[in-house]
Design a protein around this ligand. Structure first.
Ligand SMILES: C[S@@+](CC[C@H](N)C(=O)[O-])C[C@H]1O[C@@H](n2cnc3c(N)ncnc32)[C@H](O)[C@@H]1O
Length: 298
């Protein structure tokens, strides 16, 4: 495993993923019954935007750091933005908040949402992020850490068994280093949703040239799952010749059984987020790949 999320922390893809994750966590907290979160590709939990990797890539500068001065325009993202602000208190004697240098990954966002009886399981396969997670969460009895293979863990840990809470969320956020990662992600989404019929699933994927996203959608649509929402944000404009420029063309999220009206909430949020980060107008979508309710059969 060579992937290091430190290069990508706080980029526009992280902004979409973490903003939507925070909305899901907000909804889980609305009910008093405890919830469970499984983060299958956890990463290091916290990233230094002033560090060498982030500075070298410059990706955060086009993501969270571009959004930050406009954060007052996003009251619905208050929980997420407050968590970032809480990691970056102003130095003694200085008023106001500075641009963040520490950026919370999905483990810190999920942990920030936990109440005493909620539970979080973090799975990470690589050594350095696993050590970082142990430093952050080693003493938190609500958080369990697993250094193991994510794909194997998704099968082994779902559905959550007593005494773990029965409702909650799985985040599947692969590194997309391996050629078969789209296929593995599709299988994992379907398996997780079937093994945990009450659970919500959120999966992240890159949008690149080629047919991988189309094939992924075709397979998911044919899987028999219902209530599958597709959310995409484009980073580059599309022309007659395809996407212009190098790098990721965009990114997407698959949400299985998202909470009521989250689709319209994200549809209202997406163009404003894109505009705040200077992304192409009109890029992206929020659409039901398979609608809620029983799938139609002929
Ligand atoms: C995109 S990063 C995760 C970012 C994190 N979810 C966040 O939002 O802050 C993907 C992580 O998955 C880990 N990883 C990749 N393949 C894995 C596997 N098969 N099993 C467990 N972890 C894996 C990588 O080491 C990396 O830390």
């Amino acid at each position: 495993m060579n992937y290091d999320h430190a290069f990508h922390a706080g980029n526009a893809a992280d902004v979409l993923k973490h903003a939507v994750l925070a909305l899901l966590l907000d909804r889980l907290r609305q009910k008093p019954t405890p919830f469970f979160v499984l983060d299958s590709h956890a990463g290091a939990g916290r990233h230094d935007l002033g560090g060498e990797a982030a500075q070298r890539s410059g990706e955060a500068a086009a993501g969270i750091l571009r959004l930050w001065p406009k954060r007052g325009d996003f009251p619905e993202l208050a929980t997420w933005l407050d968590t970032i602000a809480g990691l970056n208190p102003p130095p003694d004697g200085e008023a106001g908040e500075l641009a963040p240098t520490l950026y919370p990954g999905s483990p810190l966002l999920a942990a920030a949402a936990l109440r005493p009886d909620d539970r979080l399981v973090l799975v990470e396969g690589a050594e350095a992020p696993s050590i970082a997670l142990r430093r952050l969460f080693g003493r938190d009895r609500r958080v369990a850490l697993h250094r193991r293979d994510a794909w194997e863990a998704l099968g082994a840990l779902l559905p959550p068994r007593p005494p773990l809470p029965r409702r909650g969320l799985v985040l599947i956020d692969p590194a997309f280093e391996a050629a078969d990662e789209f296929a593995r992600l599709g299988e994992a989404v379907v398996t997780a949703a079937r093994r945990w019929p009450g659970g919500m699933i959120m999966a992240w994927y890159p949008v690149k040239e080629g047919n991988q996203v189309r094939d992924f959608m075709v397979d998911l649509a044919a899987s028999g799952l219902t209530a599958v929402l597709r959310v995409e944000m484009m980073f580059r404009a599309v022309s007659r010749d395809g996407w212009q420029g190098a790098g990721l063309a965009g990114c997407g999220l698959i949400l299985v059984r998202p909470p009521w009206q989250l689709d319209s909430q994200i549809a209202a949020l997406l163009p404003r987020l894109g505009k705040a980060m200077g992304l192409p107008v009109g890029g992206g979508c929020v659409e039901w790949l398979v609608p809620e309710g029983p799938a139609e059969t002929d």
